[in-house]
Write a protein that binds this ligand. Structure first.
Ligand code: NAP
Length: 291
């Protein structure tokens, strides 16, 4: 963003509730400024029940070129769009929407955002069992990502057996022909012994929560070559990643996923290569001023 809004300025944004905490405006406006584009990226606080009215309204505002969706709108937006791309159908959630003429097209960039940091690693994914902690919305994208990586088996552990059964049913109806197994939370120690990558897809350990999804003793059960990936990006690093790093494991934090999903989304809207390093720097600088 140049800091100036004109009659020609095009609008991007993020819909959520609440949305004031979103880091997306920081990274997108930094990229827009670096590219010298006449765009601005703004937060749209939209309550759950207002989503259909909001989507219908913004469809009529031609200067709105695209938007992200965050909690609680990622699933509910799907029937309100003109088209949902296969990756978002597979995940069962849309996080990015683009206007093409009068049509709104939804996709999911969380999958590729999660994958990009992993693709830089030299890993034999076909011999790597994945363990996902938590079975919520983000876990759905992580399952699709692990499938794309070719992980030998995907284990998901959750605390509510009914929800985990539903999770298994909805994922297997959308993504066929792969090895997905759901487990109770109490099975985690046994699953850690064979995991090549363990992913925290719960909010345990977010800023203000001193807990970890797995204890220091349980971390000892992981093989030496295992990767620990936490989707959480505040604090950085989480206690989960601190323990993993102290054991000598490779670690990845949620900020890289956030940056990568954002960069892929911006490229989808603009049809231009985007300056991911500037987005990364903007977020790092912003978070440094918050701590
Ligand atoms: P969600 O849909 O609410 O799912 C959270 C999952 O964690 C649920 O399965 C929930 O189980 C489980 N859980 C919560 N507290 C738990 C506890 N104390 N013990 C065991 N399980 C627990 O949330 P989400 O959208 O998937 O997000 C999950 C995390 O990923 C959040 O921290 C979010 O900030 C992060 N995230 C990061 C990115 C990124 O770009 N880095 C993107 C998306 C999400 P129940 O259903 O039984 O409550």
């Amino acid at each position: 963003m140049s800091g100036r809004i004109f009659g020609t300025t095009k609008i991007l944004g993020v819909m959520g509730f609440p949305v004031s905490h979103s880091l997306s405006p920081v990274m997108h406006n930094a990229a827009i400024a670096a590219l010298g584009l006449d765009y601005v990226y703004v937060p749209f606080p939209i309550a759950v029940d207002d989503l259909p009215t909001a989507i219908a309204g913004l469809k009529t505002i031609q200067s709105i070129r695209g938007f992200n969706l965050t909690i609680p709108h990622k699933v509910e937006v799907m029937p309100l769009l003109d088209e949902v791309l296969p990756i978002a159908q597979a995940v069962g959630a849309v996080n990015t929407v683009k206007r093409v003429g009068d049509r709104l097209i939804g996709t999911n960039t969380d999958v590729a955002g999660f994958l990009n940091p992993l693709k830089q690693l030299n890993c034999e994914w076909e011999n790597t069992p994945a363990l996902i902690l938590g079975g919520g919305g983000a876990a759905q994208a992580v399952v699709a990502a692990c499938l794309e990586l070719g992980c030998s088996v995907i284990h998901v552990a959750g605390r509510d057996p009914k929800k985990m059964k539903k999770f298994h049913g909805s994922m297997t109806s959308q993504l066929h022909d792969y090895n997905l197994r759901v487990h109770p939370w109490t099975s985690i120690p046994h699953l850690l012994e064979v995991a090549g990558i363990v992913i925290n897809a719960t909010p345990i350990g977010m800023a203000g929560d001193p807990n970890t999804p797995i204890s220091e003793e349980e971390m000892d059960l992981l093989p030496d070559h295992a990767i620990a990936y936490d989707l959480i990006y505040t604090p950085r690093p989480t206690k989960f990643l601190q323990i993993a790093a102290a054991k000598g494991l490779k670690t990845i934090d949620g900020l890289e996923m956030l940056i990568n999903q954002g960069a892929i989304g911006l490229e989808f809207w603009l049809d231009l290569p985007v300056p991911i390093e500037i987005m990364r720097q903007a977020l790092h600088q912003h978070l440094a001023t918050q701590s």
